[in-house]
Ligand binder design. Structure first.
Ligand SMILES: Cc1ncc(COP(=O)(O)O)c(C=O)c1O
Length: 390
């Protein structure tokens, strides 16, 4: 059988750092061990019933069995605009300021194809969600990492960036509430970002994947709530986390019309838009009853409280996340992130993601997902306690 070599573009794609961990977990599971997997970011609860019901009804509509309009159904773009008005009091033009995406991941990769030429510079967070780098690598552009440090509340320190990099940069990726650090952003930070971006002509891409998940009564800030955001950037939102719809692949970008046009253009060449019934169900998610979202956030908050309390009880001094469904936990002295994650896996059968997998500045941390029941999270903490490290 002939083995066809891959293109240079594919060769540039970063290695999937966590593949190794996944293999180790599979091996232990197949040996019959009871593994508590807090290593991934896959929501564990189902999509609310009313959204699933809407899909079932919509699937019967023969109009949806045809190709959808290329840039998505107008009703979904209207729903996105209404959602932004209701949630953030932001005006969005459904015609020119919304692009429907096959999940945020797709948009986050596509945007580099849309705006970067070979050798161009993009600024991105370190640690950060790995797919920003995938798009940059495919475009053969040059990444410049912005360290997210604990002492800065996991926000980038723009003063530390070199002027040459700022002048060269065409794209700047941000993500708050943040995966993996669980850091959150203020309006002031976004205002400063807009000022910097305008000064240096940089397009800001704010990944708002965890936009709904803020704790202690704190509603995460949208980038679009800052004056001038649309002049200089876009925000990407996904239904994956807010509505437990990760498998449905539906998200959207809002903001700068020229960027929205580019996203729609690349999608014209790659896809026809999402299955119409999924779009109708997405409309129901965005505009229907939001009780399930409140309950979901309360569930994550309770899980956080239990997990953090139990970890502190075993002597592990950990901060409580203010948003996302992740806890970013400092690794005890004497271990690297990978050594510590390996130890937890092998000796406690608890899976966490080593922080260095998200970038160099993630070294010294592991990420735990609050994606198991309170009982299992407490059990995970108890198992770690039994190792007698703290
Ligand atoms: C920060 C961040 N952005 C984007 C995504 C991707 O979301 P989607 O399911 O919409 O592709 C994720 C999913 O884990 C994420 O953590």
């Amino acid at each position: 059988m002939k083995n066809f070599p891959v293109s240079d573009t594919l060769k540039r794609l970063p290695e999937q750092f966590f593949a190794n961990l996944v293999n180790k977990v599979q091996k232990l599971s197949s040996e019959g061990h009871d593994i508590i997997n807090l290593g991934q970011g896959n929501p564990d609860l189902p999509t609310p019933d009313h959204i699933v019901e809407e899909l079932k009804t919509a699937a019967d509509n023969p109009a949806y069995h045809k190709y959808s309009p290329f840039t998505g159904h107008p009703f979904l773009k209207e729903a996105v605009a209404n959602f932004y008005k209701r949630e953030y009091d932001v005006d969005i033009d459904p015609e020119t300021e919304v692009a429907i995406l096959f999940g945020a991941k797709t948009g986050l990769v596509e945007i580099s194809q849309c705006l970067l030429n070979q050798g161009d510079t993009a600024l991105l967070p370190d640690p950060g969600y790995p797919d920003y780098m995938s798009g940059i690598a495919m475009a053969n552009a040059n990444p410049v990492f912005m360290p997210l440090l604990e002492e800065n509340g996991f926000l980038p320190d723009y003063n530390e960036l070199h002027k040459a990099d700022l002048d060269a940069a065409k794209l700047l990726f941000l993500n708050y509430p943040n995966n993996p650090t669980a850091g959150t952003a203020t309006k002031q930070f976004f205002d400063e970002t807009i000022e910097l971006a305008k000064q240096h002509n940089i397009c800001v891409v704010h990944d708002f994947a965890y936009g709904a998940i803020g704790f202690d009564g704190h509603k995460p800030q949208s980038f679009m709530q800052s004056a001038g955001a649309k002049d200089i950037g876009v925000e990407m939102y996904t239904l994956s986390k807010t509505y437990n719809m990760a498998g449905w692949r539906v998200g959207f970008a809002v903001g700068n019309p020229s960027v929205i046009k580019s996203l729609n253009l690349i999608q014209d060449h790659l896809y026809v838009s999402l299955f119409g019934a999924v779009q109708q169900a997405a409309q129901e998610a965005l505009l229907g009853d939001q009780t399930a979202v409140e309950e979901l956030v309360a569930t994550y908050e309770k899980r956080r409280d239990v997990f953090i309390e139990k970890l502190r009880e075993i002597g592990w001094e950990v901060p409580a996340p203010k948003g996302t469904f992740f806890a970013w936990l400092p690794v005890p002295e004497g271990f690297t992130s990978e050594q510590f994650a390996d130890l937890l896996l092998e000796k406690a059968h608890v899976v966490v993601a080593p922080g260095n997998g998200f970038g160099e500045s993630g070294e010294g941390f592991v990420r735990a997902g609050l994606l198991a029941s309170e009982k299992r999270l407490a059990e995970a903490a108890a198992r770690i306690g039994k190792l007698g490290i703290f």
